[in-house]
Design a protein around this ligand. Structure first.
Ligand SMILES: COc1cc(/C=C/C(=O)SCCNC(=O)CCNC(=O)[C@H](O)C(C)(C)COP(=O)(O)OP(=O)(O)OC[C@H]2O[C@@H](n3cnc4c(N)ncnc43)[C@H](O)[C@@H]2OP(=O)(O)O)ccc1O
Ligand SMILES: O=C(O)CCC(=O)C(=O)O
Ligand SMILES: [Fe+2]
Length: 355
């Protein structure tokens, strides 16, 4: 049964405005889920829709000179929109430090984390919050987050929280060669021979790193960690811990597959920007996160994006054979604002760019 304890005091004020987050709520030792978190039945994960026998590809990057490796990356991006990479070159120690730093940040007292809420943060590029878009959502998501938009080393040094600044910056730096390798392979199949300055901006002109914290949930079956959505990035590089709970829509649209945690791996997914630039050949696939009854979970996505001021649309190289464009040209920051101003709604964001 969902709790009605929230009727006597303003839970939303406590979680969102006062910056206590879901973590602050769980510290009050709730026995059941506050009604604000109860999702309509159609948005809860139906475990009967999970396809147990299948999973997204796991690709070993250690034999990069073998063209089959790049092929399997492009195949996975076309079919699943999701894959895991192992032996990618980012040292395990760097990944472990980011996970530790994430726990350190969320372990801070609420008054310290509150300094980074939308209302208090000294910059728009550092944002601590809860759920995805609490003003727009009918039911809240069981998740707190810290979102860091990378401008420069200096800006990050001045404004990013000291509890996680060095670790997240190092992770971003060490992941750059992998980002480039994957984008070069994906572009070759799209007839793009070289990533020049214009293409570099379109494909990886801005980066955002989120630290996600999903506290233990008293009734995970009634709520969501993250609701069904696709990312608005070019590519997302996700580091998850060993708890599990990320589910991806199966390639034929029928059912969901779990993304099993693999120590040292990174989960890569195509975002809407790459789906649009590839004119729909690479798939930005719906995914969601299920809350957990017995363990706190963390995940750390790096969103690799176009620059906010870029106009994105199908790449000329993709259309040169006469293929008809299915997406129009849109200003990337308009696309992102459209995404942030509504609740998660599956694959609907991409309609914004459809012809
Ligand atoms: C948080 O939980 C998430 C996040 C995600 C994210 C998936 C991605 O793919 S993120 C990659 C997004 N791309 C970029 O950030 C690069 C481009 N950035 C921009 O164009 C701009 O920085 C901007 C994001 C559009 C912000 O522009 P600005 O002019 O500064 O406008 P604002 O008024 O500040 O913001 C507009 C609107 O968005 C809300 N918002 C801004 N940043 C965040 C954030 N980090 N998290 C949540 N919401 C944010 C902001 O509140 C404004 O809404 P209002 O209603 O308040 O007007 C996937 C899944 C998740 O669960
Ligand atoms: O926590 C996860 O596994 C995925 C989170 C996610 O999809 C996102 O932040 O966009
Ligand atoms: Fe996502």
């Amino acid at each position: 049964m969902a709790s009605t304890a929230g009727d006597s005091w303003d839970i939303t004020d406590f979680i969102v405005k006062k910056g206590n987050g879901v973590k602050g709520l769980t510290e009050m030792e709730l026995e059941s889920l506050p009604k604000q978190y109860v999702q309509p039945p159609e948005e809860r994960m139906d475990m009967n829709s999970v396809v147990g026998e299948e999973s997204i590809p796991v690709i070993d990057m250690s034999k990069w000179d073998d063209p089959k490796v790049a092929d399997s990356i492009c195949d996975a991006a076309e079919k699943w929109g999701f894959f895991q990479v192992i032996n990618h070159g980012v040292p395990i120690g760097v990944l472990e430090n980011v996970k530790e730093a994430t726990h350190r940040f969320f372990g801070l007292p609420a008054e310290e984390k509150r300094k980074y809420t939308k209302e208090c943060s000294p910059t728009n590029n550092v944002r601590y919050g809860t759920s995805f878009s609490p003003q727009a959502e009918r039911s809240l998501e069981w998740k707190d987050y810290l979102s860091l938009f990378y401008k420069s080393e200096n800006e990050a040094s001045a404004f990013w929280p000291p509890e996680c600044k060095d670790e997240t910056l190092e992770y971003m730096k060490r992941s750059e060669p992998v980002i480039r390798q994957l984008l070069e392979a994906l572009m070759r199949r799209m007839n793009v021979k070289e990533i020049d300055q214009t293409k570099a901006s379109l494909l990886m002109g801005s980066k955002r790193i989120n630290l996600n914290y999903y506290p233990i949930c008293p009734n995970p079956e009634l709520t969501v960690g993250v609701g069904r959505h696709s990312d608005v990035s070019t590519l997302t590089f996700l580091l998850q811990d060993d708890v599990g709970g990320l589910y991806v829509r199966r390639f034929d649209g029928d059912g969901w597959v779990h993304v099993p945690p693999i120590t040292g791996s990174l989960v890569i997914n195509v975002g809407d920007a790459l789906q649009i630039m590839s004119n729909g050949r690479y798939k930005s696939v719906e995914h969601r996160v299920v809350a957990n009854e017995s363990k706190n979970r963390i995940s750390v996505p790096i969103f690799v994006n176009p620059s906010p001021s870029d106009i994105i649309g199908p790449l000329p190289e993709v259309l040169e054979s006469g293929e008809k464009a299915v997406y129009k040209q849109v200003l990337y920051s308009d696309y992102v604002k459209h995404f942030f101003r509504k609740a998660h709604d599956g694959k609907k964001t991409v309609d914004f760019a459809k012809i």
